[in-house]
Design a protein around this ligand. Structure first.
Ligand code: F6P
Length: 532
């Protein structure tokens, strides 16, 4: 992959970015009555209107030129075919195979991956059917009714975001909980509300070494043992594990029949499509879990085969590059006008920022250009009463993704109309702005703030699958053009190992820390001793 700044298209885009300051989005609309048609695209149940962007026809062509000359097509094929594109970990990146409707014949580390995928799907189906129907009994013979997901990062955010998004389809008699933080107050307060006889804990960890997850799992085991009055609760019907390290899960004491597997070639933040999706299958049922995968597979097919000028993930990625690298934006806001999509911004934070928050190129050189943006957001209309002030009148360029479902059977028709009306009004106001009629400068709305609007027909499993896959591929395209590895996460390791050193009482490494940390650590320890 070339250094993108060496490409003639990059230079052309730099020149174009100067020109783009000369016309506003509204002027681009005035100049072209066909703009909405030209700047919108469909894929299955998703419709993207990207006409409210600060991008002209010529800018778009130059961006598409950048995609062509950066070797993106080859990179897409390399991912789908299972080449080891995660070079720093020597791994293939095959989450797309997890949702493929056809059995994958790709061979990875000597195994045909389709075999393992089918086997694990069967396990997921069998187990989720048994639990949902009440036939999976706890140790006292009662059916399981509460599910607690213990995991963090990709072993939490994906299933949690999907479960809350698909609340409409949830099992009516079961409740679902997610514990991730090592803050013990979290699991402790949850346990107070649960009945141990009817609770199932899912320990989710790709590596099965994650400190937070193992501590929370131990807290759950201790609680079960204390309440149910037997030892080794981890080896009971109340605990299952999902992991890429079966040996470690079994060594932890989980019954081998209750270990669900996935593989090294599934990145943690791309794992909700694997057995990590167990809470989803438990909540909405296996057939709907499959619909989620099918929606994602439809987006995969579109991404792999649609020409770049009609390719939703490619277009969204190119717009992001335009803003980050040429117009100086540092962040993007994702604002779903749907309360059930409230966790989507946090899910996308990990997806985007852990994938593309990198400054070393695939050739091992420091990059000289901006890479992954800061991703943030929350639902509308709530955000309107919090941070929209900055979006309308602040000094920063913040491109926005508005997301909504056109119909929502869970809402009231009049409220849904108001919800979506607000979204459209905000996007329009941000774009057109308004000049103060009484010349009060503080009442000026400069406008020219760009946004995408993504509409789905309904928030169904299939549309949600397509939406998440859309963002996965958008992030992939950006990483490919920036010539970085979107699939490792070395940046999170240093802090983890320093926390271990600081807390290790035997080695007393805390003495080697900087003066500020040592001082703060002493203060914390003094407090801990006085409250013991
Ligand atoms: O610390 C980052 C990370 O490795 C994420 O990439 C991952 O999703 C999360 O921790 C949890 O890891 P695991 O599933 O191995 O417990």
């Amino acid at each position: 992959m070339p250094d993108p700044t060496s490409l003639p298209e990059w230079k052309e885009l730099l020149a174009r970015s100067q020109l783009s300051q000369e016309s506003t989005i509204t002027e681009l609309f005035d100049a072209d009555p066909g703009r909405v048609d030209k700047f919108s695209v469909n894929c299955g149940g998703l419709y993207l209107d990207y006409s409210k962007n600060l991008v002209s026809d010529e800018d778009k062509q130059a961006l598409l030129g950048l995609a062509d000359s950066s070797g993106l097509s080859e990179r897409i094929e390399a991912m789908f075919k299972g080449e080891k594109i995660n070079t720093t970990e020597d791994r293939a990146v095959l989450h797309t195979a997890l949702r493929s409707l056809e059995k994958s014949d790709i061979e990875c580390d000597g195994l045909i991956i389709g075999d393992g995928i089918e086997q694990q799907r069967d396990h997921l189906k069998l187990f989720s059917d048994r639990v949902r129907s009440g036939n999976w009994k706890g140790s006292t013979g009662k059916s399981i009714r509460s599910i607690v997901n213990i995991g963090i990062g990709g072993s939490d955010l994906g299933p949690k975001c999907v479960c809350s998004s698909l609340e409409e389809f949830a099992h009516p008699e079961m409740d679902f909980h997610f514990v991730s933080n090592v803050d013990g107050a979290c699991i402790r307060s949850l346990l107070k509300r649960l009945d141990p006889e009817t609770t199932l804990f899912i320990i989710q960890s790709k590596t099965f070494t994650t400190q937070e997850t193992l501590l929370n799992a131990n807290a759950a085991i201790n609680w079960c043992e204390e309440k149910l009055g037997f030892q080794n609760a981890q080896n009971s019907p109340h605990f299952v594990a999902v992991t890429a390290s079966r040996t470690k899960a079994e060594a932890f004491g989980i019954d081998k029949e209750q270990v669900f597997e996935f593989w090294d070639w599934v990145g943690g933040r791309y794992s909700l499509w694997s057995t990590i999706g167990l809470p989803i299958a438990l909540m909405v049922g296996f057939p709907r879990f499959m619909e989620l995968l099918e929606g994602a597979a439809a987006m995969d097919d579109h991404f792999r085969h649609a020409p770049f000028e009609e390719n939703m993930p490619v277009l969204m990625a190119l717009l992001g590059i335009w803003y980050s690298n040429f117009l100086g934006a540092d962040s993007i806001a994702v604002i779903p006008y749907c309360e059930r999509l409230g966790l989507l911004p946090s899910y996308l934070q990990q997806l985007d920022m852990e994938s593309n928050g990198k400054s070393t190129s695939l050739d091992g050189e420091p990059v000289s250009y901006a890479t992954g943006p800061i991703v943030w957001g929350q639902t509308g209309t709530n955000g309107q009463h919090a941070f929209f002030q900055l979006l309308h009148q602040g000094t920063r360029l913040v491109p926005i993704d508005f997301i909504a479902a056109r119909q929502d059977e869970m809402s009231y028709p009049d409220q849904h109309r108001v919800l979506l009306g607000n979204m459209l009004a905000q996007a329009a106001a941000l774009m057109t702005g308004q000049h103060s009629e009484d010349t009060s400068p503080h009442k000026n709305y400069p406008g020219n703030h760009p946004s995408n609007t993504l509409l789905m027909d309904r928030l169904t499993p299939a549309n949600l699958g397509a939406l998440i896959a859309l963002y996965e591929h958008k992030v992939f395209v950006q990483g490919a053009i920036w010539n970085i590895n979107s699939f490792d996460q070395w940046g999170v390791e240093l802090g983890k190992s320093m926390a271990k050193e600081l807390l290790d009482e035997e080695t007393n490494k805390s003495a080697e820390f900087d003066a500020s940390t040592k001082h703060l650590f002493k203060l914390i320890q003094a407090e801990a001793t006085s409250t013991r």
